[in-house]
Design a protein. Structure first.
Length: 339
């Protein structure tokens, strides 16, 4: 007999990507958090991958919008339309059986933004909507013993924010969020190339070079990468080679601020929990966890063991997915977080 909860959804609305997990099926959607809008009519032309293809390539009356900026909802109406479109993609219809939805959001999101996200999910056809904070979801997704009387530390480095939290007995004991993540690193690379070589590159190029040769500490066998952009002097296309050392220097300020936020959180953590963390270590999640050399640098600067979650890109949505499959068991966590 098919479970009546088979359609329930967990949604991770990120600055860079939105991921949807369907109970009993796993991840069913992973799309960029981008919406393409006709400004003359207000009509949404495309969302996700299709909209991202249009970034930087649209006529004047068509704009590509990222409705979430630095981890918070910058455009309420567009966020709601995007969420409705994504839920429709996975088969949610208002007239059919309505799902329970768990939405993971950054801790920086305000109560007004919580309401906007809830309203969007209800408008898209949800029966019941729960809000949970991303650090808690990431910790569950990473398999940390969050309900045990032992300290666990999760660092979720997303596109717009980095969330640091120490968790024990099913609650967040101490946490800190900063509006620095992968997007800020991409911007830093764009500015470095512009100021050093008078070459303008796009966001996608910056992200690609960061993923290819970016690092948080010096590595053995470092390489270079060729990038292409527009020469600001001649206005013509131009390409050049950049080294891993240059990219590391370009993003150093952002990396240093993330490390400082982690150390500041440790400084505020109760001594008994710090003693736990010296054994259990720090767990990294989010796309930023994949930055080469970051775990090694963090280990060196904190003197604590550091590991990357098994599936860092999807730790948040997997954690929210476990909640949507065990609503009663984890309702206490959801309610506590949504307050």
């Amino acid at each position: 007999m098919r479970s009546p909860f088979g359609r329930n959804l967990a949604i991770d609305i990120g600055t860079a990507n939105t991921v949807i997990y369907q109970s009993n099926r796993g991840i069913v959607l992973n799309e960029p958090s981008v919406v393409c809008v006709n400004t003359d009519t207000g009509e949404i032309l495309s969302v996700g991958h299709e909209a991202r293809k249009m970034v930087g390539r649209t006529p004047g009356h068509i704009v590509s919008i990222k409705p979430l900026k630095d981890g918070v909802v910058a455009d309420f109406e567009t966020t709601q339309k995007m969420l409705r479109a994504f839920m429709a993609m996975v088969g949610v219809r208002k007239i059919l059986a309505k799902p329970i939805v768990v939405v993971a959001v950054p801790p920086l999101v305000t109560s007004v933004e919580h309401r906007a996200i809830k309203d969007a999910a209800y408008a898209a056809g949800a029966k019941k909507v729960y809000i949970m904070e991303e650090p808690m979801a990431a910790a569950i997704g990473a398999g940390l013993p969050i309900q045990e009387p032992i300290g666990s530390m999760i660092v979720d480095i997303g596109g717009g924010t980095t969330d640091v939290a120490v968790i024990s007995l099913g609650g967040i004991v101490i946490s800190q969020s900063i509006r620095i993540g992968g997007d800020a690193m991409d911007t830093a690379i764009i500015n470095y190339i512009k100021n050093t070589y008078s070459l303008m590159i796009g966001e996608r190029t910056a992200e690609e070079v960061k993923m290819a040769i970016g690092s948080a500490s010096r590595l053995n066998g470092e390489s270079s990468a060729r990038i292409r952009g527009r020469d600001l002097v001649s206005g013509l296309p131009k390409d050049l080679m950049v080294t891993a050392k240059e990219i590391r220097e370009a993003i150093e300020d952002q990396v240093a601020k993330i490390v400082s936020a982690i150390k500041a959180t440790l400084d505020e953590t109760p001594p008994d929990l710090v003693a736990d963390l010296s054994r259990t270590g720090i767990v990294l999640a989010g796309g930023g966890a994949l930055l080469k050399g970051f775990s090694e640098r963090l280990m060196k600067e904190t003197g604590m063991p550091v590991r990357v979650a098994d599936d860092p890109l999807y730790s948040v949505v997997h954690g929210a997915g476990r909640c949507v499959e065990n609503i009663e068991m984890l309702k206490q966590i959801l309610v506590a977080e949504s307050r």
